[in-house]
Design a protein around this ligand. Structure first.
Ligand code: C5P
Length: 209
């Protein structure tokens, strides 16, 4: 079977992770959640006692952190998402994470990667690119539910403010800003169930592979 790379990009809590995971299972491909890499850098910065805006410290950490050191529950919290978007705006951090993402995508059968810049920077030649969106309110409601499930009771308005701030930071940075690649297909999941979003994604991918 032909090699298949699927790039899934989109803003925070758009449903891209859930979708990418399901696509990987469907096609039998390895999956990389690239947001976790930025979250690991942020976690390592905070654990080492660095100010999250310290770009010099981040440039060292990105080349030395231990990818196996962090259980996922230490990476998924509310403050780590915020801290990850701060380090993700640093060119040295993005450069430091580039090679391992490209290596992952280069696996023999292909791969599914999700993030902000997979279709634009990491895998510009991917045949199948999805840009997954939803309204800020729908995304905040999803994140609210997810955090409640983890035992973090945060007011909805606070989460909506987080989402808007993270959108602005991810879209406004100079290096690899969040945006749809020219050849990406946008999938608005605001009114879709997980099942419907998955079916729509399969339809798009099957046309392009
Ligand atoms: O996707 P997730 O919310 O886990 O990503 C955390 C942060 O990492 C994002 O807000 C974004 O700033 C950054 N990120 C990125 N490029 C990627 C994946 C994540 O800049 N490919």
């Amino acid at each position: 079977r032909k090699r298949l790379v699927i790039a899934v990009d989109g803003p925070a809590a758009s449903g891209k992770g859930t979708l990418a995971r399901r696509l990987a299972a469907h096609y039998g491909l390895p999956y990389l959640d690239t947001g976790l890499l930025y979250r690991m850098v942020a976690r390592a910065m905070l654990d080492a006692g660095h100010e999250i805006r310290d770009a010099e410290a981040a440039a060292l950490i990105v080349n030395s952190f231990d990818e196996t050191a962090f259980p996922e529950e230490r990476l998924r919290g509310r403050e780590i998402g915020e801290a990850a978007s701060v380090v993700a705006a640093m060119p040295a951090v993005r450069a430091g994470l580039l090679a391992r993402q490209r290596r992952f995508a280069a696996q023999a059968g292909g791969a599914v990667l999700d993030g902000r810049d997979i279709g634009t920077v990491i895998c510009p030649d991917a045949p199948a690119k999805l840009f997954v969106t939803a309204t800020p309110e729908v995304r905040a409601a999803r994140r609210h539910k997810e955090l409640l499930g983890r035992g973090e009771a945060v007011p909805f308005d606070g989460i909506l403010a987080d989402i808007r701030r993270r959108d602005a930071r991810d879209s406004g940075r100079n290096d690899a800003p969040l945006k749809a690649a020219d050849d990406a297909v946008t999938l608005d999941t605001s009114a879709l169930t997980v099942e419907e979003a998955f079916a729509a994604a399969i339809g798009i991918i099957e046309q392009r592979r």
